[in-house]
Design a protein around this ligand. Structure first.
Ligand code: UDP
Length: 329
């Protein structure tokens, strides 16, 4: 009998890569997505497989899946500042109500559940690099609050289900991750730079560009998540790449990589944009025997190749996805 895994947010960036990984590992995959920010294009190659099933469902409503489930990976949520500013209420609901429904489902099915948390729980961090014992510096009512607080609540309710109901839980704090299948108009810096390079436009650096990020290639991220799910460690674990760079230096790298001679232009820094971010992955190294392997240069080349390989129609779709109508739901 194959093990069965439910993946929420399955048509999104990380969700779709998780679907690929679990299919490759020989699991039966139940993929769920409401397709607000996700795109079926990311998983359409899996539809022909007998071990892949797709449910078009909004997990903030009661979630029903027939039969047994062994594992649940909860990856449904808008995850870029632009996205959660467009649909703030849905962002809060999926992290809170959606997580509650999935924890209830995990309890009913006696399944192990891994939830996707984020480096945003650390907010604009006053401690550098960020280790799991740092409590964070979050503006609850700022533009990022809808995401940050939903994710903090998510961790809290997950631990409550663990301690009160004995649920088998895992919490991944995911730091900036990039790679194929990111959406070009999600506002994050890597797809933004990729789109600008493809169109021959100037690269937009926000603020003075001295703020830092540490970018993890998607294959490394998926490996870390897989190991965490299969481990026995229940407290939060940072999964990310500690290779830190300023956004300005990163923009210069992208100009070199894409060889398209764009200029760098400066735009205002969004409110509450964290000044620095770098994961301390000591814990992941110790409990998962994991660390990222992909150099930024290699990962960025693969990512650029992916975007360059999209057809006109795919590019248009990736650049113009509009989900503002969901604000009425
Ligand atoms: N950023 C930028 N230009 C862009 C998009 C983003 O300079 O066109 C900056 C943004 O202000 C932030 C960093 O790049 O400091 C990373 O932004 P992203 O939205 O990718 O993720 P975050 O880590 O802020 O959630």
């Amino acid at each position: 009998m194959k093990k069965k895994v439910l993946i929420t947010g399955a048509a999104g960036f990380l969700g779709s890569h998780l679907c690929d990984r679990f299919i490759a590992e020989g699991f039966e995959v139940i993929a769920m997505d409401n397709l607000i920010t996700g795109d079926l294009k990311n998983i359409e190659h899996l539809f022909q497989l007998k071990d892949f099933h797709f449910y078009h469902h909004d997990i903030t409503k009661f979630v029903h899946v027939p039969g047994d489930i062994d594992y649940i990976l909860h990856f449904a949520s808008p995850a870029s500042p632009i996205d959660y500013l467009k649909i703030p209420i849905q962002t809060l609901k999926v992290g809170s109500l959606g997580t509650h429904n999935l924890l209830g489902l995990a309890k009913e099915k006696k399944a192990r559940i891994l939830i996707a948390s984020t480096s945003e729980v650390y907010g604009d961090p006053l401690v550098h690099p960020q280790s799991e014992d740092y409590y964070g510096n979050v503006n609850t009512i700022g533009p990022r609050g809808v995401y940050d607080e939903a994710k903090r609540f998510q961790e809290s309710i997950t631990m409550a289900y663990h301690t009160f109901h004995g649920l088998d839980t895992r919490i991944a704090r995911i730091f900036n991750t990039y790679g194929p299948r990111m959406r070009l108009n999600d506002g994050r810096v890597i797809p933004a730079f990729m789109g600008q390079a493809l169109r021959g436009e100037d690269l937009t650096v926000f603020g003075d560009g001295l703020q830092t990020r540490s970018f993890c290639y998607v294959d490394d991220q998926i490996e870390g998540l897989y190991r965490l799910l299969m481990s026995n460690y229940v407290l939060p674990v940072n999964i990310g790449n500690p290779d830190e760079i300023s956004i300005l230096d990163f923009a210069k790298e992208v100009v070199k990589l894409t060889n398209s001679h764009q200029k760098i232009v400066y735009k205002p820094l969004p409110q509450d944009d964290p000044l620095q971010r770098q994961p301390d992955i000591t814990l992941a190294k110790k409990v998962l025997n994991w660390e990222p392997k992909t150099l930024r240069e290699v990962g960025m080349k693969k990512t650029y190749q992916y975007f360059k390989g999209l057809t006109e129609e795919e590019l248009y779709r990736s650049e113009h996805k509009d989900f503002t109508a969901h604000n009425r739901l």
